[in-house]
Design a protein around this ligand. Sequence first.
Ligand SMILES: Cc1cc2nc3c(=O)[nH]c(=O)nc-3n(C[C@H](O)[C@H](O)[C@H](O)COP(=O)(O)O)c2cc1C
Length: 369
Amino acid sequence: MFKIATFCTLTVSTEQVLYPLVINAGKLNKLKEFSALNKPAFQIGTHQFDSKVILAPMAGVTDRPFRELCRKFGVSLAVSEMVSANPKVRDTAKSQLRLNYRGESGPRAIQIAGSEPKLLAEAALINQRDGAQIIDINMGCPAKKVCKKAAGSALLKNELLVEQILKTTVNAVDIPVTLKIRTGWSKSNRNGVTIAKIAQDCGIQALAVHGRTRECGFHGEAEYDTIAAIKQAVTIPVFANGDITSAKKAKYVLSYTQADAVMVGRAALGRPWVCKEIDQFLQTGHIIGKISPQEVVGVVIAHLKSLYSFYGEYMGVRFARKHVNWYLKDQPSGIKFRKIFNQLESSDSQLASVRNYFELLLNGEEKTA
Ligand SMILES: Cc1cc2nc3c(=O)[nH]c(=O)nc-3n(C[C@H](O)[C@H](O)[C@H](O)COP(=O)(O)O)c2cc1C
């Protein structure tokens, strides 16, 4: 049975820790232990994060409803989908939806992509004005659409341009700027460590590293040696990303790389609770039980409702199809259901069919129990 545990977070200010220096050594040691126990998992600027689980930015997926859902499952930082820094693209309806983070529980981290330092700085400034609390720069995406314009991971080839982009953007805003990279351009040119050092020198405050090169795309397995080398080379927080699919894998990657947190992407598609499984295991060493079908249906229904409310009926129904397909990808009976579900044109019929599907599933389970 899947249970959501609540954690009590106590924040200790520097004054609270330093002031009692006049009191006896025993008490001081206790205070030191206390403050170490309550140390945040990592920090970006003044933002403190209690969980070592971060949601990877995923275009077409990590919209506001999905970010908020994953936060409920223990994600501490949920980065937005990337938005182009190009003003022509920035102002499209699609980009505006991606930039809709008003009212979102923070910290609101917005990812921008582009190759022109001035435009990236401008985009960062606009987002700061609109309520972003962290700006993330995308140098990790291998998509042709992005790379053709020498943005995303294509930039890793041009270290001088990387430096100009990072310096200009960091200097343009008062909020922290973070960076997402791959381990390098190609297997024969893994310059992740050099890029990481440039980033730190330019004032970047945290670095997420996907353990593949641009050339690898999504092929092969992520490698963590370069991430470990990057962690050794810089003092800013480093987040390990790539193929983190379970609590045990997350623990292994954290221990192997010494990274400050793990960034989870595809494993959360249709399985946002994997973030809670990872968070719980990292915090307590216990693997929590499997989520029950009753709980899954509750999550799916709440997710669909938030999609309808965020996108409106027409687009909400279309986004819901994608997510329901992911939720049911491991259910043998899901294939037939998905075909029917994908034909449904209204939110009411989608909700009713999801409820019906899970009711049948539960009845079937009860009968076989
Ligand atoms: C559908 C999809 C969309 C993505 N969009 C972005 C994006 O907008 N920005 C970005 O930096 N990375 C993007 N990525 C890459 C992920 O953030 C992540 O680095 C990659 O999926 C590896 O992590 P994983 O193995 O946990 O999925 C995307 C990945 C997927 C699957």
